[in-house]
Design a protein around this ligand. Structure first.
Ligand SMILES: *[C@@H]1O[C@H](CO)[C@@H](O)[C@H](O)[C@H]1NC(C)=O
Ligand SMILES: *[C@@H]1O[C@H](CO)[C@@H](O)[C@H](O)[C@H]1NC(C)=O
Length: 214
């Protein structure tokens, strides 16, 4: 009686061996972007169609403020400040030239989870040797996050501007004095109070990224 059953049992065993370890129904959903830490300092190398710069990015969500200090290639002695506040005001200034412009942007800085709502997962890609999860959001940004460390590796704006994250210090906070916009931003020839004060419209309601780069 037993021998005739052997081929059947073998076939069943083969079938089990061929089944995936995790049934498709239980497969994980697409990964979601890791929220930014509430405070961090990143150094960035930025490339805008060959126009190169290095930038310090200070993100301070509890403080309601966000600062880029951008040094263009061979212009490191004249850093450009992009200082954004959660009350909707931004200041753009170059201390070496004592020039300042302000903008009433109308929205605050990016929330730590700014990428998540509406982000479309594009899969895993290599980014300069880093194995990354990649998301796109609202056709304006493609964002690469390291699969292992969850740190951002780079992001690319639809304009072609690319930011490479060279360092990422979680919890680093810039001293208060460094956030103060210079006094020439507040004179009649400076920023606020100018009749032609710029108002920037932001796609998708987010602020800091497009405010900094568009
Ligand atoms: C790069 O772009 C910035 C911002 O528009 C500009 O100030 C700078 O002069 C540019 N650099 C060169 C080499 O053109
Ligand atoms: C927003 O906050 C900054 C920093 O405190 C301040 O200089 C600016 O005037 C404020 N803007 C508005 C519209 O309140």
């Amino acid at each position: 009686m037993t021998p005739p059953h052997h081929p059947v049992n073998f076939a069943v065993l083969l079938l089990f061996l061929c089944l995936p370890a995790v049934p498709p129904a239980a497969a994980a959903a697409d990964p979601t972007p890791t929220p930014w830490p509430p405070q961090f300092h990143a150094t960035l190398v930025m490339d805008y169609h060959g126009n190169m710069s290095v930038a310090d990015l200070w993100y301070d969500w509890p403080g309601g403020r966000n600062l880029h200090v951008i040094r263009y290639q061979l212009a490191a002695d004249a850093p450009y400040y992009d200082n954004e506040w959660n009350n909707g005001t931004s200041f753009f200034y170059t201390p070496a030239l004592r020039t300042c412009r302000s903008a009433a942007v109308g929205v605050g800085i990016l929330r730590p989870d700014w990428l998540r709502p509406g982000a479309v997962y594009l899969g895993r890609r290599d980014a300069g040797g880093f194995d990354c999860h990649v998301w796109a959001k609202a056709d304006f940004i493609t964002y690469y996050e390291d699969v292992n460390t969850k740190r951002p590796v780079k992001w690319v704006f639809y304009t072609g501007r690319t930011a490479y994250v060279m360092s990422f210090e979680v919890g680093a906070v810039l001293e208060d004095a460094a956030w103060q916009a210079p006094e020439y931003c507040f004179t009649n020839n400076g920023g606020l109070g100018l009749a032609d004060e710029t108002t920037t419209t932001i796609a998708g309601g987010s602020s800091f990224v497009p405010r900094s780069v568009l």
